[in-house]
Design a protein around this ligand. Structure first.
Ligand code: AMP
Ligand code: MG
Length: 463
């Protein structure tokens, strides 16, 4: 495990706590194949931590995190890193068990997880992957045969998840605090950004690379209406993958200020705030690396500031690229950004479903999407922009590649999780299958229907 090359302070060796009766309830066979893992990985005892892979000396990683803006000592409180694996094509991955028992970083927690939230993470991460958005993946969910006590007793479960690493902004915050930032930054460069090794200024190159990756990632989230829900610095991966799915959800009706998380009272992690928060988190990352960027503090600050400022540019570029595709535009025009904003404003005013609005344009370019005069004009203008009907085939081709028909809708996911908790996985498996082919042209309407507008949805942290 290469992570152990880092200073000891960065982790603790810890074994998973065995569970009573492990039982595989979900397994990702295609991921096992993609990772070149042999069949020993299809084993309930191994996936629950009752038995270890050969030569595994598991660890919990230490990190800090700004949670809702406040800095706290964290670390893997219930996740244990089992192993690193390398695929035949040379890619390295972490395999981590979430809910595997207490660690030195558990603070008051029990180190365990409940079935519902683990199923939720499994399904949403696999849906994100199918949407071509960088993410941790899910290998399996195993029930433990034990109960976890939350507001009420719940079925205990463990999620085996896979990520290209679990290095977080919070990892750097902790490393800087412990005065070991250099080896941790070098390790991150080797693992994720090897092109920076030969750069004149390798640490500025590292920061720049992470800024770019995050800008791209958040633009992708925005393009599918994904709300992470807890963008704390410990939940932001330096690889640019989406990690730590908690109270996350996809928007139904478009609302720029949509919040789902029950604990996010101030709306810090609302949809429209995600780019700003990502940049805020990256500023915390930059602070940890100042001494590496330049020994002269003023120069370091100026350079870091300059790099951070690139976030807005990269984000906007990716955002424009994606939303222009969503609307089938080929030619760039001055004013595109405003024109897309106008569209989103219309969606909000008319309380339309975000996903289905794009599908409507794709399927019925002639049928009015909006009822207002302004909206009708916008759509007419849109048809002109894509040169409808002459160039419609080309525009539609662009649109079908980026506009999903199926997203994991909250009301369906909650229902499926409830049945799963009652012992029936059939609905969950059906939902999982459809979210894994989000761009399929033929899909049963039951999966694309928004919830009844009177149903308001709140998602809980689910610890
Ligand atoms: P999260 O909001 O899921 O990213 O978790 C924040 C921190 O709380 C992380 O350090 C977790 O490891 C820790 N944590 C969450 N739930 C538990 C639990 N049941 N037992 C111990 N630690 C936990
Ligand atoms: Mg976390």
């Amino acid at each position: 495990m290469t992570y152990k090359q880092l200073p000891d302070i960065m982790y603790s060796e810890i074994y998973p706590t065995p569970v009573a009766e492990p039982n595989i309830v979900l397994y990702n066979h295609s991921l096992r194949t993609q990772l070149d893992l042999d069949e020993t990985w299809y084993d309930a005892d191994l996936l629950a931590g009752n038995q270890l892979p050969p030569q595994s000396t598991p660890i919990a990683q230490a990190y800090l995190g700004h949670q809702f803006g406040h800095l706290t000592m964290l670390g893997d409180g219930r996740a244990i890193l089992l192993d690193e694996v390398i695929t035949a094509s040379g890619n390295r991955f972490d395999i981590q068990l979430k809910g595997a028992g207490k660690t030195p970083y558990s603070r008051g927690g029990d180190g365990r997880a409940a079935l519902g939230p683990m199923l939720r993470e499994y399904l949403i991460s696999e849906a994100m992957h199918a949407l071509h958005i960088p993410t941790s993946r899910s290998l399996a969910v195993v029930t433990t045969g034990e109960t976890v006590q939350r507001e009420r007793p719940l079925t205990g479960a463990i999620l085996a998840r896979v990520a290209s690493s679990h290095l977080r902004v919070g990892t750097f915050q902790y490393a800087a605090h412990q005065a070991v930032i250099k080896p941790v930054a070098d390790y991150t460069i080797d693992r994720h950004y090897p092109a920076c090794r030969s750069a004149d200024d390798r640490y500025a190159c590292l920061l720049e690379s992470v800024v770019q990756k995050q800008a791209e990632l958040i633009a992708q989230w925005q393009s599918v209406g994904f709300i992470h829900g807890v963008m704390n610095t410990d939940n932001m991966a330096l690889s640019g993958e989406t990690i730590d799915y908690g109270p996350c959800a996809f928007m139904d009706t478009y609302r720029a200020d949509q919040v789902f998380s029950s604990i996010d009272h101030a709306g810090r992690y609302r949809y429209s705030g995600q780019p700003f928060i990502a940049k805020w988190n990256l500023a915390r990352l930059a602070e940890t690396m100042l001494s590496l960027i330049d020994p002269d503090e003023d120069k370091a600050l100026a350079r870091a500031g300059q790099i951070l400022d690139q976030f807005d540019f990269h984000f906007k570029q990716h955002w424009l690229k994606l939303f222009r595709k969503k609307l089938g535009l080929r030619q760039y025009q001055i004013g595109d950004s405003q024109w897309i904003d106008d569209f989103l404003l219309l969606l909000e005013q008319e309380q339309l479903d975000f996903t289905n609005a794009f599908v409507h344009l794709m399927d019925h370019p002639d049928a009015p999407l909006f009822s207002s005069e302004e909206g009708i004009t916008w759509q007419m203008n849109w048809r002109q922009r894509i040169n409808y009907p002459d160039d419609w085939d080309i525009a539609r081709q662009i649109m079908i590649q980026v506009n999903p028909r199926v997203i994991p809708r909250n009301h369906r996911l909650e229902q499926a999780i409830q049945s799963a908790e009652a012992g029936d996985m059939s609905e969950f498996n059906e939902l999982l299958a459809v979210v894994q082919t989000p761009f399929a042209e033929q899909v049963d309407q039951t999966w694309t229907q928004p919830p009844d507008p009177s149903q308001s949805f709140v998602s809980y942290c689910g610890t």
